[in-house]
Design a protein around this ligand. Structure first.
Ligand code: GDP
Ligand code: MN
Length: 375
C-alpha cells in the first residue's frame, strides 16, 4: 500500500526527519489561508499516489496568496493518470542548492535491507540507474547490527558529498532507517532530499510502500483512501467483500464456497458484480448487513445467495433473508441455494416471499440467476 506524500511526511516527522512546514487544503480558499499562515512563497502539491506528479503539472509554485488560490483551483480540476486531485498540500517553498536521492528497500536476494543514495536526486532514479549506474551508491544493512555510521560515512564519501554535509546526511539516513524498520515498510524514499541554501537538509517529497498484511498501528489519517467504501464497511462488519465488474451480487458462507460460486455463475453465463463472504455463521443480522452491502452496489441487478448450512440451521437463515428482503425492500431477484439442517423448511419459508427464488443445487441456482439477470 502506497501512502500519499502528506501521510509519509507525517511518518517522517515522527522519526525526526526534517520536512518543510505544510498544511492540507481541499479548496482554493483553504489553500490561500494555509499559504498566509505558512508564509509565501509556497508550493501547492496535488496529493495523488501516481508517480511523475511534478512532470504531469501536479506541483505549482505560488508567490502570492492570489497565485496560491488559482494554482489550487487549477490543480483541483486535474486528473493525474487516472486519479482526480481531491486534496492539496500547501508547503513552504524552499531554496534548493542540491537535490539528492535517498531510499531504503528490501533486497530479497540478499535478504536484508539496502540503502540507496545518489547525488542525482529529484529525477527518476531508475533512469539514473540505467544511464549512470556509477552514480548510484548502495549499502546493505545487517539485521543484527543495524545501519552503522561508519558504513554511511564510507558511502557518502564515495558518492562525493562535501564533508560538511556528512553529519547531517548520516543522521538523515539513520532516521530513514528507523522509519523503514518501525513502520515495517517495503520501501521508503526521499526524492528529493534537498540541501538548502544554508546547508541544512530537508525532505521535500516522501514515498512509502507498506506491507498491507502487516500495517503498523496508528497510521496517519486518510490512509487506505481509494479503498472501495463498501469494502471498508464490510471490513468493519467482519465480512469479506470484493467488488467485481458484472451484475450478479454473490453472498456465501466460507471462502471456498464463495470462490466456486463465482466460477459456476460465470460458467452459466452470469457476471459477478461482487462477492461477499459472511464466514461461518449466517445469522439474520449478518444476512441483512450482507444483503444491504451487496445491494448498495448500483451495478447489481440480481443476487445469488449460496449457503451451505452444516450446523447453521437453514430455517433460521431463511428467516434472516426474508426479514432482510422485507426491511430492505429488495427490488431485484434473489436466488437462494440452501442446503443443510432443516433445508426443506428453509426453502418453504423463502418460497412465501415474492422475489426470492429458493433452489437446492448450486448449478440450478447459478443458471437461474444468470437467466434472471440476462440483459
Ligand atoms: P514528484 O514529481 O511527485 O516526485 O514531486 P516532488 O515533491 O519530488 O517535486 C518535484 C520537483 O519539484 C522537485 O524535485 C523540485 O525540483 C521541485 N520542487 C518541489 N518542491 C519545491 C520547493 O519547495 N522549492 C523548489 N524550488 N522546488 C521544489
Ligand atoms: Mn519526488
Amino acid at each position: 500500500m502506497k501512502l500519499l506524500e502528506y501521510q509519509g511526511k507525517e511518518l517522517f516527522e515522527r522519526v525526526g526527519l526534517p520536512v518543510p512546514a505544510s498544511e492540507l487544503a481541499d479548496t482554493p480558499s483553504d489553500a490561500r489561508a494555509a499559504a498566509e499562515r505558512i508564509g509565501l512563497p509556497v508550493v501547492v502539491k496535488a496529493q495523488v499516489a501516481a508517480g511523475g506528479r511534478g512532470k504531469a503539472g501536479g506541483i505549482k509554485v505560488a508567490q502570492t496568496a492570489d497565485e496560491t488560490e488559482s494554482a489550487a483551483q487549477q490543480l483541483l480540476e486535474m486528473t493525474i493518470q487516472t486519479e482526480p486531485v481531491r486534496r492539496l498540500m500547501v508547503a513552504q517553498a524552499v531554496d534548493i542548492a542540491n537535490e539528492y536521492y535517498l531510499g531504503i528497500t528490501l533486497d530479497r536476494a540478499k535478504r536484508r535491507p539496502v540503502l540507496i543514495f545518489s547525488t542525482r536526486g529529484g529525477v527518476d532514479i531508475e533512469e539514473v540507474a540505467r544511464t549512470s549506474p556509477d552514480e548510484i551508491h548502495r549499502v546493505h544493512v545487517s539485521p543484527l547490527e543495524g545501519l552503522q555510521a561508519y558504513q554511511l560515512r564510507k558511502l557518502f564519501f564515495a558518492a562525493g558529498v562535501p564533508t560538511d554535509q556528512l553529519k547531517g546526511l548520516i543522521q538523515t539516513a539513520q532516521a530513514l532507517y528507523r522509519a523503514f524498520e518501525s513502520f515495517r515498510a517495503q520501501l521508503v524514499e526521499i526524492n528529493p532530499l534537498v540541501v538548502l541554501a544554508d546547508g541544512s537538509l530537508s525532505a521535500i517529497d516522501s514515498k512509502f510502500i507498506l506491507d498491507e498484511s502487516d500495517l503498523p498501528a496508528d497510521l496517519p489519517e486518510g490512509h487506505g483512501e481509494g479503498v472501495d467504501p463498501l469494502e471498508q464497511e464490510a471490513d468493519e462488519a467482519g465480512l469479506q467483500y470484493v467488488k467485481l465488474d458484472g451484475h450478479v451480487g454473490i453472498i456465501g458462507n466460507g471462502a471456498g464456497l464463495v470462490m466456486s460460486t463465482l466460477d459456476v455463475v460465470q460458467l452459466k453465463g452470469g457476471a459477478p458484480a461482487n462477492f461477499l463472504d459472511i464466514g461461518g455463521g449466517a445469522s439474520a443480522d449478518q444476512m441483512e448487513t450482507a444483503l444491504r452491502l451487496v445491494l448498495s452496489d448500483d451495478d447489481v441487478t440480481g443476487v445469488f445467495i449460496n449457503i451451505f448450512g452444516g450446523i447453521t440451521r437453514c430455517d433460521l437463515v431463511a428467516q434472516g433473508i426474508t426479514q432482510a428482503a422485507e426491511s430492505l425492500e429488495i427490488q431485484v431477484p434473489v436466488v437462494v441455494r440452501l442446503v443443510g439442517t432443516n433445508e426443506a423448511e428453509g426453502r418453504e419459508i423463502l418460497s412465501q416471499v415474492d422475489g426470492l427464488h429458493p433452489v437446492s443445487a448450486m448449478e440450478d441456482g447459478a443458471e437461474r440467476i444468470a437467466e434472471l439477470t440476462a440483459a
